[in-house]
Design a protein around this ligand. Structure first.
Ligand code: IMP
Length: 429
């Protein structure tokens, strides 16, 4: 039995898409387990760029089962857009291996509206959500008002669920936000049409995953967002509404803590964050701008510029702990080339105290001052390097310090967007 969970170590956008695609060639199935189209996973194959928001990044390898798991919230219009994109780009044959959980929840039009309206009402305290309706969809799931993918397959049940929920949502839209209510007929007919398009993909994905594992197949679980955006373990309230940590990935796939699961942390060579919330190592200076421009740090989903800073080793150590990471994949090392000095934060100073872990109260994280280890940078362009030993000495020192801070090995190093731009020190799958 072989399960490999891929988890972002910081605030998302660590480059998980490329790594899942890279590992995909050795996997039999790739599963998305949480989140929805708030994610944006970029994969470049032979210079051609694909951005996936819902479909697992493994879809570009033939013969791999691609699964949208139980813990996801799925906007059916967005899913159908990705299905069309694959058809238009000559990848129609891959759709036979696409499977969507009947137990996943649907993102409805009122979720998108409420996401925007709630953010607006928060004013200066807005969270900076992606506006895709993800939070409100998970709210309904927990409130037991949600509508699931399987509900779409039965006209009667869908109509009943929608009528019940819509009445409640319209009251909120109208009475709290002064908006026009949504009409049942409009939402019903739009979702009925989308349901017909999605129906061929819907199945019991948890059962599918178990039977694949029983056949000895290899499974990659593609986490979305990152550890610090986890609802319980992240920088609450500046988090997403699902569980990007490894345990959440298993839960959303329909798996227990199965023996033989390895959890791999995807860590960018520097740190970024999109949206509001604390970010101790943020650089509001020309180095931050250099990282943004050189690293193309603009949201794959919203196009927003990402906040950039030095690698936060305290957060990394925390991610190792809460995810039970066994090794790291370091991404975007090439972006740092050309900087005179590079830094890694190994502790925080908060008032008179030195912290080697995240503060108990994330509400105070904005008062944490990073304490850095400094290194000489390297001039060389490392994007063509394929063997660890060929990296500049300074880059190797940087990587080895990451291993010291995290206390786990860096197994793979990504030095460019394309599949071959990868240095493997230790095979993962
Ligand atoms: P939501 O997930 O749209 O509710 O947004 C909540 C927070 O998570 C915001 O700060 C978003 O910017 C952030 N977020 C959501 N999805 C991603 C992602 O895929 N990458 C990075 N940040 C994300």
């Amino acid at each position: 039995m072989s399960i490999c969970v891929i988890t972002g170590t910081h605030w998302g956008d660590e480059g998980k898409g490329k790594i899942v695609d890279y590992l995909g060639s050795r996997a039999d199935a790739v599963v998305r387990s949480q989140g929805g189209n708030n994610a944006g996973h970029t994969v470049v194959v032979e210079g051609e760029k694909y951005i996936f928001h819902l479909i697992p990044s493994g879809i570009l390898h033939s013969g791999i089962q691609c699964i949208l798991g139980d813990g996801m919230v799925i906007d059916p219009a967005s899913l159908i857009e990705e299905v069309h994109m694959l058809r238009e780009r000559g990848r129609e044959d891959r759709l036979k291996d696409l499977h969507v959980s009947g137990r996943a929840h649907l993102v409805m039009p009122y979720h998108r509206m409420l996401d925007g309206l709630t953010e607006k009402r928060r004013g200066n305290d807005a969270l900076g959500t992606t506006g895709k309706g993800i939070g409100p969809a998970y709210e309904d799931k927990v409130a037991r008002l949600g509508i699931r993918v399987a509900d779409l397959l039965s006209e009667k049940r869908f109509a009943e669920r929608l009528r019940y929920t819509l009445e409640y949502k319209n009251a909120i839209l109208h009475k709290i936000f002064g908006e026009q209510p949504l009409t049942f007929e409009k939402v019903y007919s739009e979702y009925k049409r989308l349901g017909e398009l999605i129906a061929p993909f819907v199945t019991d994905t948890s059962r599918l995953v178990h039977s694949l594992l029983n056949e000895g197949k290899k499974l990659v679980v593609e986490g979305a967002q990152g550890t610090m955006l986890d609802l319980d373990h992240g920088t609450y309230p500046y988090v997403t509404s699902s569980h990007p940590v490894a345990a959440g990935s298993l839960l959303g796939t329909g798996l227990g803590p199965v023996h033989g699961t390895q959890v791999i942390g995807i860590c960018k060579a520097y740190t970024t964050r999109v949206g509001e919330g604390p970010f101790p190592t943020e650089l509001s200076n020309p180095i931050g701008e250099f990282l943004r421009e050189r690293g193309g740090e603009y949201g794959a989903t919203t196009g927003r510029p990402r906040r950039c800073g030095w690698l936060d080793g305290v957060v990394l150590r925390y991610a190792v702990r809460v995810n039970a990471l066994s090794s790291l994949v370091l991404t975007k090392l090439d972006v740092l080339g050309g900087l005179e000095r590079v830094k890694i934060c190994f502790g925080y100073r908060q008032g008179d105290s030195m912290l080697d872990d995240c503060p108990l109260d994330f509400g105070t994280m904005h008062t944490c001052e990073p304490v850095y280890q400094e290194f000489a940078g390297w001039e060389e362009d490392v994007s063509k390097v394929r063997h660890y030993i060929d990296l500049p000495r300074q880059a190797r020192e940087y990587i080895e310090y990451i291993e010291d801070v995290s206390r786990i090995p860096v197994a793979i190093i990504s030095v460019g967007q394309d599949r071959p731009a990868t240095i493997t020190r230790k095979e993962i799958l």
